[in-house]
Design a protein around this ligand. Structure first.
Ligand code: SF4
Length: 340
């Protein structure tokens, strides 16, 4: 079983209910950014640059829970900034779990070991640690010597305390996929269960444009992904991987992963901010969802990030014959332990 059984059944029944109710814009993952501040300055991060003027602003516990009440997505990805810096992150996490949400706490991992005692293991909580390559490469990307080692120790501490740990890796033009394969093997040995790979997207607010890829570059980079997927548990779905390999097209369903942060509800997506709305209802009602995506907004041309396209797969928006079978087979394989 690739994902916890409870998460899979919750998502499946939630999507079925929403579809039966005729809802068009179904949120699956709430991207909750309680703050923009971070202890690192990673090359590929748009947040610390785009919201530089708001880096002191934070969502309160009540703001975070209010966002989860407004948007009923079964999964909440708590990101940022570095969420472990937030003074009430353990309360936010515990309350979201009490609301029966699945929480992916996304962290650079450098503060994980010292923070781990604040949290209680739960089948609804996963730490998702960002690692972009072996130590020398990762440290260069995040611009901090020793960052890989700190994250490595953080993962060890989390696994030793009984937490589920996944790893999120951004793939840049310069990424050596053989090195990523080796890093995965090393991280599996210390308890990492599953890996999510995502091609880097060229944020308007990121300076290093040389690192970002066109769709052709991405297809080249992911050409050998099937061999990697046979060796490791990948959280990327097989349909999404086909998309990355250039073997099929998907349309963007950015509404599936709405983003709430201290500036408001970000429209249209995690990557582009044309404006912010005061409520989730306003975000959904006022964003022109048909305007965005490759072939429409020029900024979307090379975007293939999972937060725009994995909801398309889960919601079976432009499904093909055989997709469902492929998805079930994929979910039933893998190494993530089944949970309640
Ligand atoms: S394709 Fe979708 S997710 Fe990507 S930048 Fe455009 S709106 Fe955002």
């Amino acid at each position: 079983m690739r994902f916890p059984l409870g998460l899979t059944t919750t998502l499946a029944s939630y999507i079925a209910r929403k579809k039966m109710a005729g809802e068009r814009y179904v949120p699956l993952v709430l991207m909750l950014e309680p703050l923009f501040a971070c202890n690192l300055t990673c090359t590929g991060c748009g947040r610390i640059r785009e919201y530089e003027h708001l880096k002191a602003r934070q969502l309160s516990v009540e703001d975070c829970l209010g966002a989860a009440r407004e948007c009923a997505a079964p999964v909440v990805s708590v990101c940022g900034g570095e969420p472990l810096i937030h003074p009430h992150i353990e309360h936010i996490t515990a309350e979201l779990i009490r609301m029966r949400r699945y929480v992916y706490l996304c962290t650079n991992g450098t503060l994980l070991a010292q923070s781990i005692d604040k949290f209680t293991p739960s089948s609804r909580l996963l730490f998702n640690v960002h690692i972009d390559g072996p130590a020398e490469v990762h440290d260069m990307i995040v611009q901090r010597d020793g960052a890989y080692l700190s994250a490595f120790k953080g993962i060890q501490a989390a696994a030793a305390h009984g937490f589920q740990v996944t790893v999120n890796t951004t793939i840049y033009k310069q990424t050596d996929m053989r090195q990523i394969d080796e890093v995965m093997t090393a991280l599996e040995e210390i308890g990492v269960k599953c890996f999510m790979l995502s091609p880097a997207y060229s944020y308007a607010s990121v300076d290093d444009r040389e690192s970002f890829m066109s769709r052709d570059n991405i297809a080249e980079k992911f050409a050998g992904i099937d061999a990697m997927a046979a060796r490791h548990c990948l959280a990327d779905s097989p349909v999404y991987l086909d998309f990355l390999k250039g073997n099929r097209d998907l349309r963007c369903t950015a509404w599936g992963n709405p983003t709430r942060n201290p500036a408001g509800w970000r429209s249209p997506c995690y990557l582009i901010a044309d404006r912010h709305y005061a409520s989730y209802r306003d975000l959904i009602a006022n964003t022109d969802w048909e305007y965005y995506g490759a072939g429409r907004d020029p900024r979307c041309r090379d975007c293939m990030v999972h937060c725009g396209y994995e909801p398309t797969v889960a919601l079976m928006v432009n499904k093909r014959k055989g997709d469902l079978y492929k998805m079930i087979k994929w979910q039933m394989s893998g190494k993530v332990a089944a949970n309640k």
